[in-house]
Ligand binder design. Structure first.
Ligand SMILES: Cc1cc2nc3c(=O)[nH]c(=O)nc-3n(C[C@H](O)[C@H](O)[C@H](O)COP(=O)(O)O)c2cc1C
Length: 248
């Protein structure tokens, strides 16, 4: 069994769930590099290793910050599965971008997956990834790893040059009176966009909503009329379920 390492940027956990299901199907991850709040260390992976690399889609691209966080990784032909999760709109060029990034770092990309997860905004596919998604993710990992060494690289969809994207959104979470200044959100923010008093720093925030999902008091919120009306229309527009795509 090859040594499996997980590498993911996953502010709200969809990507983490899917790459964990893949690793479990391959016998478990020997190492986990969670780059959500810190960069990956400088690491070079050997030919006999497997790396599962995951990130969400932000405006059709890999978040720029996730790209930066992966910069320390390189490989000497290590097998790589690239995984993006997206909120039921589309993944556009993100999977291709992650596959290209991995290849440029010396990984042999054996498979790619574009997976639907709950969208950050609104109420879209809120239960996903669900058990059926995770079972399909696991089966994909096994399938991709059983390809022969001489199999051609999988044809991953997307365009080059990539579309503009990868930046954060425009919503800035608010802090209600329920906040007890525990500092969890300060520590957990991927881009240090929350000051010590737990107030969001507007020009640094990505709109990833990790603080909203994680706050133990429910104090972080996006409770504005403008957000509510955007979210309602957006949820209606993206209500039709999309299916996961697996390439290997
Ligand atoms: C700033 C921003 C931009 C996003 N852009 C897209 C997009 O272009 N297409 C899409 O379907 N989902 C988009 N999403 C939704 C996320 O890709 C989706 O919820 C993803 O699964 C989150 O991954 P995570 O839970 O691992 O953080 C976006 C979310 C954010 C915060």
């Amino acid at each position: 069994m090859k040594k499996v390492t997980l590498v993911y940027f996953s502010p709200t956990g969809n990507t983490r769930k899917s790459v964990e299901a893949m690793a479990a199907a391959l016998g478990g991850a020997a190492e986990v590099l969670d780059v959500t709040t810190q960069p990956a260390p400088t690491r070079r992976f050997g030919r006999d290793e497997v790396v599962i690399m995951g990130a969400p889609v932000y405006a059709g691209r890999i978040p720029a910050v996730a790209r930066e966080r992966l910069a320390g990784l390189s490989a000497d032909g290590a097998t790589c599965l690239v995984v993006v999760t997206y909120g039921n709109r589309h993944y556009d060029d993100a999977l291709l971008e992650l596959a290209d990034l991995a290849a440029a770092q010396g990984f042999a990309v054996a498979g790619g997956a574009a997976l639907v997860g709950r969208h950050t905004f609104g109420e879209i596919q809120t239960e996903r990834p669900d058990a059926a998604d995770l079972a399909a993710d696991a089966a994909f990992a096994v399938r991709a790893l059983s390809r022969g060494g001489n199999a051609p690289a999988p044809a991953i969809p997307g365009n080059r040059p990539y579309r503009e994207g990868g930046s954060g959104g425009k919503f800035r979470p608010l802090t209600s009176d329920a906040c007890v200044r525990c500092g969890l959100c300060v520590k957990e923010c991927p881009v240090h966009a929350i000051a010590d008093d737990c107030v969001t720093i507007a020009d640094t925030c990505l709109s990833c909503f990790r603080c909203i999902r994680r706050c133990p008091k429910g104090a972080k919120n996006m409770d504005t009329e403008a957000y509510r009306s955007f979210a309602a229309a957006f949820s209606e527009k993206l209500k039709n379920r999309r299916e996961n795509e697996y390439y290997c």
